[in-house]
Ligand binder design. Structure first.
Ligand code: NAG
Ligand code: NAG
Ligand code: NAG
Ligand code: NAG
Ligand code: NAG
Ligand code: NAG
Ligand code: NAG
Length: 483
């Protein structure tokens, strides 16, 4: 029968002089991959001969569809519980014959890790690099890694992304060059559930990139963003969304983590709050079933690391971006972004980082803070979503203010508070008293604004003024008060 079909197929090809379209999976799908587990459905799609049948068989399932006139096919799988690798047979069946592609895929959570250099910063560049690399390879063989090639596309969303390599378990060749924060975050989440399921990690990062490049045209239209008319590179509007993120959205993922903001200092800074709000909602709406609620009612958890420190003296625009990264509300999640979570990193000062003080090597602490927030949001664990947040600011004397926090705090160092004078200049503010949950700081009576953790450089490593007085030791959230 098979031989007959093949003969028939050759006859037909020769008869009308056309080659058969190649039957294949989209570039996203390779052996060793992780498909998103329940409650979301995974989608498998690819290309083939128009009008032929595409069939996916696995376990007791047989799902099929007709390949469309453009030679594309897409099959949505029913929600699947977590599982180790399963054998799939992906087939094209037509009067020309049958083509079979074997695919091995597991079901678990898939996270996209995106942003600029601090997210791109690889495991081999952080503190304890060798130890962390060995630990990842030894203990996290249920992870699968994939790196999206750095690429741009000016006015179209590409159907397919290009990748640096196929899905792979953690191994010597790939781990050292993979996003450190992406891996460390996932390790902490995995530990929290006792490695209950596989985790797929997609590193889609590019140093020196702006939020506008990672935003779809929908986001930029909604925010009325000034056009980046001169840009034809990685910072062209929507260039990285089009080439590196949009092609991932045809199937489902768990969520995303994001570390980006430095490149927007002095560039559309005032648009950042709108950009992050709209980008998070746009990614959520665009990824397949991004709006389908999972654990604890959270549909598309999106972790935002607020801008870290850099050793340039007292540039308060760094704090403006930290503030905008929370949509100007100071914390995530909030009423505008109920599925988002955040981590502060402004106190992880690293003057001697070989790649520059803008790239602190302590990504472990960022991962601890970000993963704890995720564990609270997604698994409702008894951990904090973020550090101490002020609940009131009182003027008990002409030249001071008393800030009361939502929990007990401890004073670690003296640095962090500043005030702005009517002429626009900033001055550092001294801590003059404290109680278990409040801090009193000196403020010039003419000051117009009081700020915490707003400057580029704030304090030495983990020595800022205000931390939570508990085992998490979380730095107080960056804040500002109009006086
Ligand atoms: C990590 O493993 C490599 C190769 O096995 C070894 O040479 C190195 O010493 C290990 N690093 C640490 C910190 O144990
Ligand atoms: C960028 O994308 C285009 C279109 O998919 C592809 O042909 C090209 O190989 C990609 N470049 C890189 C560096 O991945
Ligand atoms: C590491 O990753 C970067 C960015 O994807 C890539 O350009 C570079 O070639 C990689 N280096 C190695 C040694 O794989
Ligand atoms: C674009 O280039 C022009 C001319 O060099 C310059 O005046 C303008 O500021 C540039 N715009 C942006 C957004 O960089
Ligand atoms: C690096 O390893 C040392 C020794 O285990 C540990 O004390 C330190 O906290 C680690 N650094 C980070 C940033 O995790
Ligand atoms: C949460 O943990 C804290 C200690 O970190 C404890 O005091 C508190 O009682 C716990 N709350 C619940 C509901 O378990
Ligand atoms: C407050 O600022 C004014 C300048 O605006 C200055 O003359 C004055 O000395 C300052 N007072 C204190 C207590 O710093």
């Amino acid at each position: 029968m098979k031989i007959l079909l093949i003969l028939v197929s050759f006859a037909l090809v020769h008869a009308n002089g056309q080659e058969l379209a190649e039957f294949r999976l989209a570039s996203y799908y390779t052996n060793n991959m992780v498909l998103q587990m329940e409650p979301k459905s995974a989608v498998i799609w690819g290309y083939g001969q128009p009008d032929a049948e595409a069939v996916i068989s696995y376990e007791s399932n047989r799902l099929s569809t007709t390949i469309d006139a453009n030679g594309e096919w897409s099959i949505t799988l029913p929600p699947h519980p977590p599982s180790e690798s399963i054998d799939f047979a992906v087939q094209q069946i037509s009067s020309f014959g049958m083509v079979t592609i074997p695919l091995k895929a597991a079901f678990g959570d898939v996270w996209v890790c995106s942003g600029q250099s601090n997210m791109a910063m690889s495991l081999n560049l952080i503190y304890n690099a060798s130890e962390e690399i060995n630990k990842t390879i030894a203990n996290y063989q249920h992870f699968r890694l994939r790196k999206v090639s750095r690429n741009t596309s000016l006015d179209v969303e590409l159907d397919e992304a290009t990748f640096n390599y196929d899905w792979t378990a953690p191994e010597e060749e790939r781990v050292p060059n993979f996003s450190a924060l992406c891996i460390l975050f996932a390790e902490r989440l995995s530990d929290a559930v006792n490695a209950a399921f596989p985790i797929g990690l997609i590193d889609a990062t590019w140093p020196g990139t702006r939020i506008e490049a990672w935003s779809s045209s929908r986001v930029l239209e909604y925010c009325n963003t000034p056009l980046a008319t001169n840009e034809t590179n990685r910072n062209a509007d929507s260039a990285l969304w089009n080439a590196m993120i949009a092609p991932l959205t045809r199937t489902s993922v768990k969520g995303a983590i994001w570390l980006q903001g430095e490149q927007n200092i002095d560039y559309n800074e005032d648009y950042y709050a709108c950009h992050i709000l709209t980008l998070v909602n746009d990614w959520k709406r665009t990824f397949f079933q991004g709006e389908l609620a999972g654990e604890n009612g959270v549909a598309f958890p999106f972790g935002v690391v607020q801008n870290g420190p850099v050793w340039i003296n007292y540039n308060y625009k760094w704090g403006d971006i930290r503030w905008h990264q929370t949509v100007d509300l100071g914390v995530l999640p909030n009423a505008l972004l109920p599925d988002a979570f955040t981590a502060a990193s402004y106190d992880l000062t690293d003057h001697l980082s070989p790649t520059g003080s803008i790239h602190p090597r302590d990504k472990q602490t960022v991962a601890d803070r970000l993963a704890n927030a995720a564990r609270r949001l997604i698994y409702n664990e008894n951990l904090s979503l973020y550090g101490p947040v002020p609940v009131s600011v009182d003027q008990l004397a002409a030249d001071s203010r008393t800030i009361t926090y939502d929990r007990n705090v401890k004073l670690v160092g003296a640095a962090g508070f500043a005030f702005q004078l009517p002429d626009g200049n900033y001055e550092l503010s001294d801590v003059i008293a404290s109680t278990a949950n409040s801090v009193t700081v000196a403020v010039n009576s003419t000051a117009v604004q009081l700020l915490y953790a707003f400057s580029s450089y704030i304090c030495e490593y983990k020595q800022c003024a205000v931390y939570s007085d508990d085992f998490e030791n979380l730095p107080a959230q960056a804040w500002k008060w109009d006086l």
